[in-house]
Every structure is written in structure tokens, then in C-alpha cells.
Design a protein around this ligand. Structure first.
Ligand code: URA
Length: 240
């Protein structure tokens, strides 16, 4: 693939801008400046620098972000900064593929929820993850306002009725993790589902953190606000 096309697919701007970056000597491959936009490279696995910033070619982008509290998952946030501001511009500017332009959050977390957020420009992946047929388990660590007891856990496992649907929703798994905390696994993602389920059993969520999706744990070395690429093994773990 021509170097200008590689930069374009990775979100470094229009083809003209990418050609300009290369001609001006801003792009290095294996430490050597390449100033010919049409020079061909094997794209898969290519590492390069643009204005000194390292980048690795990815045909599709799949990343994990440790969402900090006080951020919104919307592109047009109403009150708090958007999680998209935590990503480097190329990830947000990747050219449109199908209906998806740039990476998008796979589902949403509330502004005060922290933890594992997947982001991708693979529209099919977003669709699959949202589909209730796929039942990908999501694990939430909950801090509650009042003491957590066995009866609350039993009710969350048996199913509770939320106000928008007479069909009960149940936790796929639920356990007490402390006097005021519990771990809840859901295979669906209704609006404010954890908070509403915990409220339905007479308690209240004061802290919420997503620790796992499928078999992928939030990486322990990923600080709030940081992101990293997902590996093929991570993607396989998510699918379970
Ligand atoms: N359930 C909630 O109530 N909030 C979230 O952010 C995620 C799940």
C-alpha cells in the first residue's frame, strides 16, 4: 500500500494532507524519513512515526479505554468532557467505514461510571456486542449506599421488574464482595440497568465500575484515562 494511503486509512487526514506530511519530511519508517508519498509498504504490522509520534498500522481499530469518572460517552457531551477527547486524533478521524467514522464506543457507560470501555471502527463488532442474542457478560463492581445482604442478591438473581418493561431482568451472576459492595454480571445493557436493578431491591448505587467484558479484564496497568490497542487474543477473550 502507498504510504499516503496508509496514513489516510489510519486517520492522519485527507489524502492531500497525508501526502503533504510525507513530502515535508514528517514521516519516518524504521527511523528513516520517507518523503515519497507513493512509496509502497506492506501495511500489516507497519510501524511508523508522524511528527515523532509512533503509530502502528491497524486495518480496523479496536481499543480499550479505562473510562474515568466525570466523562460522557457521547460525541456531543452535554455537561462533562467526552471520552473521545482521551483518544489521539487519528483514532477519532479514521475515514468512514460503512456507517462508522472514527472509533465509536461499544455501548455507553454513565458519566459517573468508571472502567472498561471498548471502542472500535468495526460496525459489525459494535452491532454484535449490542445484540441480546450474543449474551456477552459484562461484570460490574458496585458500591452501595446501604449494607448489602443475601436477600438483595437472591432478588437480583431471581429477577426484578424495571419501570419500562414488565418482563423481569435478572443478573447472570451476583455476589457480595463487602459490607457495602457487590459484583453483578449482566448479559444485556438497558439504560442505567445496574443502578435501576439495585434500586429495585431497595439499595442505591454510589459507585459503579465495569471490570470485565466477556473474558477480557480491564488491564491492571491501564490508569483511568488511558487507552491501548486490543490484541487478537483480547478480541478472542471478549467473544468467549
Ligand atoms: N448500568 C448503569 O446503571 N450504569 C452504567 O454506566 C452501566 C450499567
Amino acid at each position: 500500500m502507498q504510504l499516503q494511503d496508509i496514513l489516510y486509512t489510519q486517520g492522519f487526514g485527507t489524502r492531500r494532507i497525508c501526502a503533504g506530511l510525507i513530502q515535508q519530511g514528517f514521516v519516518t519508517v524504521v527511523s528513516a524519513v520517507v518523503d515519497d508519498p507513493a512509496m509502497d509498504f506492506e501495511a500489516d504490522g507497519l510501524q511508523f512515526h508522524v511528527k515523532g509520534v509512533p503509530w502502528a498500522y491497524h486495518e480496523k481499530a479496536y481499543v480499550v479505554l479505562h473510562k474515568p469518572a466525570g466523562t460522557e460517552c457521547s460525541q456531543k457531551p452535554s455537561t462533562y468532557p467526552s471520552v473521545y477527547t482521551l483518544l489521539p486524533p487519528p483514532l477519532r478521524q479514521r475515514p468512514q467505514k460503512g456507517a462508522v467514522q472514527g472509533v465509536q464506543a461499544v455501548g455507553r457507560l454513565d458519566q459517573d461510571t468508571t472502567g472498561l470501555l471498548l471502542m472500535t471502527d468495526d460496525g459489525q463488532f459494535i452491532h454484535r456486542m449490542a445484540s441480546p442474542r450474543h449474551h456477552v457478560p459484562k461484570v460490574y463492581e458496585v458500591v452501595a449506599a446501604d449494607p448489602v445482604d443475601a436477600r438483595q442478591i437472591e432478588r437480583l438473581l431471581a429477577g426484578v421488574v424495571l419501570d419500562d418493561d414488565p418482563k423481569p431482568v435478572r443478573a447472570a451472576a451476583c455476589e457480595i464482595t463487602g459490607a457495602f459492595s457487590l459484583r453483578l454480571t449482566l448479559t444485556e445493557g438497558k439504560y442505567h440497568q445496574v443502578k435501576r436493578m439495585v434500586a429495585a431491591v431497595g439499595n442505591r448505587v454510589t459507585g459503579l465500575h465495569r471490570s470485565r467484558i466477556g473474558g477480557l479484564e480491564l488491564p491492571a496497568d491501564l490508569a483511568p484515562g488511558q487507552w491501548r490497542w486490543l490484541t487478537a487474543a483480547d478480541l478472542a477473550a471478549i467473544r468467549g
